[in-house]
Design a protein around this ligand. Structure first.
Ligand SMILES: *[C@@H]1O[C@H](CO)[C@@H](O)[C@H](O)[C@H]1NC(C)=O
Ligand SMILES: *[C@@H]1O[C@H](CO)[C@@H](O)[C@H](O)[C@H]1NC(C)=O
Ligand SMILES: *[C@@H]1O[C@H](CO)[C@@H](O)[C@H](O)[C@H]1NC(C)=O
Ligand SMILES: *[C@@H]1O[C@H](CO)[C@@H](O)[C@H](O)[C@H]1NC(C)=O
Ligand SMILES: *[C@@H]1O[C@H](CO)[C@@H](O)[C@H](O)[C@H]1NC(C)=O
Ligand SMILES: *[C@@H]1O[C@H](CO)[C@@H](O)[C@H](O)[C@H]1NC(C)=O
Ligand SMILES: *[C@@H]1O[C@H](CO)[C@@H](O)[C@H](O)[C@H]1NC(C)=O
Ligand SMILES: *[C@@H]1O[C@H](CO)[C@@H](O)[C@H](O)[C@H]1NC(C)=O
Ligand SMILES: *[C@@H]1O[C@H](CO)[C@@H](O)[C@H](O)[C@H]1NC(C)=O
Length: 391
């Protein structure tokens, strides 16, 4: 059995790899220039150079730029940041090349509007959504909390490669990278020519300040710790920090969304699975494990668990309601699937069985909004009505 399995793997693996290569080439890692990093003090947690992946635009997309910010949670204390510093989300020494798919794909039939743009993935290695600026030093162990500088360093590296003369630009990002989009959207547009069309899309980045099922505000504590440890507060939206009693909570998009001037698109499921598992029902808030089955298989949730999920959805809609009602340049796609990050996976971005609203895939909704083919603010009815979701 073992032998037959490994023979099959040996025979099939090269074929599978060949398929992947033939359809979408691997995109290698580019380190930020040492001089740029040094000038800004921009380093990954472990002191290595920050990095990005770049696939050059072509044809009618040659002057357009899509920057996509990688996600990967946060680190909120020295211990978790030291651990992270030995992984690909804390050090460029561990980053590897990978395939660009979904919104980053170079194939027109998989990514109709952005396939031929210059496409860049900003690799995440700071642990504070590209927004910190401080340092930890104790004996031989040190940590660079330089996310804000990494953001600036990657942009500085890209400007002379054509970004400075972009005609169209879109800042995108998912999860912690989607939060970084909210944080940096206006700063991004200021780097680009006044004549350029500049917009932003945050995918699964609308992290809600919310109590969990044990009535504790764990996410608020987590964000508070990230902001304090990594020196983030100085880089938060100043209109927000000057108006909040607790300026640190301006790390939550709900408190500074109204101050963002650049057109922005909010893509989020109303039941974002990361928030479901980590904000609403972290295992520490459910020591008896009464949610375990519901988390694995929605059809086993009790009525009261479904109600808890519906309440979460209502809070999400409430927090985005004034944007929904009053932003004229903004877009929205709040679907009722259980998912997290829908731009960078082909199946959710643009495929025959992708999630849809008004029969539009996410790729079509985002394209319609970006190119102003149609106003796009779509909110689905509550679970289980999302008939195009893959539960
Ligand atoms: C683009 O994607 C389509 C659909 O998956 C595929 O049939 C085609 O071979 C791809 N084209 C290229 C150039 O990879
Ligand atoms: C940058 O270059 C200097 C030498 O010019 C070298 O000492 C240093 O290690 C480099 N830094 C990184 C992070 O590679
Ligand atoms: C720090 O590093 C030096 C040299 O590698 C070593 O001799 C020393 O014991 C280390 N100190 C601590 C506290 O680990
Ligand atoms: C972007 O933000 C950084 C600091 O947060 C600032 O130094 C820089 O000037 C800003 N860039 C532009 C073009 O506004
Ligand atoms: C943000 O603050 C600046 C400077 O204080 C002010 O000019 C601007 O009008 C404020 N923006 C909003 C949306 O309140
Ligand atoms: C989910 O639970 C239902 C009801 O118990 C069951 O019929 C179904 O097979 C389960 N689905 C999966 C994927 O396990
Ligand atoms: C709804 O949103 C408003 C404004 O964002 C906020 O003041 C209010 O507390 C929210 N209501 C609930 C029930 O969360
Ligand atoms: C939905 O869109 C697909 C193509 O994207 C089209 O084939 C189909 O006819 C549309 N369905 C409806 C009901 O409009
Ligand atoms: C714009 O959207 C509306 C409602 O979603 C739809 O009825 C209309 O056909 C769309 N127009 C275009 C040009 O796509």
């Amino acid at each position: 059995m073992m032998l037959r399995l490994s023979v099959a793997v040996l025979l099939l693996l090269p074929f599978a790899l060949w398929c992947a290569y033939a359809q979408s080439p691997l995109v290698g890692i580019t380190l930020v220039k040492n001089t740029t990093a040094k000038e800004l003090g921009a380093y990954c947690l472990d002191g290595s150079l920050p990095a990005y992946q770049f696939s050059k635009g072509f044809g009618s997309g040659a002057s357009n730029w899509l920057l996509h910010i990688e996600g990967g949670g946060w680190c909120n204390d020295v211990k978790s940041c030291l651990e992270r510093a030995t992984t690909r989300i804390g050090s460029s020494s561990y980053m590897t090349e990978n395939v660009f798919s979904g919104i980053l794909s170079n194939n027109q039939s998989l990514n109709p509007d952005f396939y031929n743009w210059n496409r860049v993935m900003l690799r995440y290695c700071d642990g504070a959504s590209f927004a910190g600026n401080s340092m930890y030093q104790n004996g031989n162990s040190s940590l660079y909390f330089r996310g804000q500088k990494i953001w600036q360093a990657i942009i500085s590296d890209l400007l002379p490669q054509g970004l400075a003369h972009a005609e169209k630009a879109l800042l995108s990002g998912c999860s912690a990278g989607g939060l970084a989009v909210f944080l940096h959207c206006d700063n991004f547009s200021r780097f680009l020519p006044g004549s350029a069309t500049v917009k932003c899309i945050s995918d699964a980045g609308f992290f809600l300040r919310r109590v969990n099922v044990a009535k504790s505000e764990m996410i608020r504590t987590l964000y508070h710790d990230v902001v304090s440890l990594q020196g983030v507060e100085q880089n938060l939206n100043q209109n927000c920090t000057s108006s909040q009693i607790d300026p640190k909570q301006c790390f939550f998009p709900q408190y500074f969304l109204s101050y963002i001037k650049t057109p922005i698109f909010i893509l989020n499921t109303a039941y974002d699975t990361w928030q479901f598992y980590n904000v609403l029902v972290p295992s520490s808030a459910d020591p008896g494990g009464v949610w375990n089955s519901c988390k694995k298989n929605l059809t086993t949730c009790t009525d009261s668990q479904i109600q808890t999920l519906q309440d979460f959805r209502l809070d999400m809609l409430n927090a985005t309601n004034s944007f929904y009602k009053s932003s004229t340049s903004g877009g929205m796609f709040i679907n009722s699937c259980f998912a997290h990050c829908q731009t960078q996976h082909q199946e959710t971005w643009f495929a025959a069985n992708s999630p849809r609203m008004q029969n539009k895939t996410i790729a079509e909704a985002v394209g319609d909004w970006y190119f102003e083919r149609n106003e796009t603010k779509l909110i689905d009815c509550p679970y289980p009505c999302g008939s195009t979701c893959q539960y």
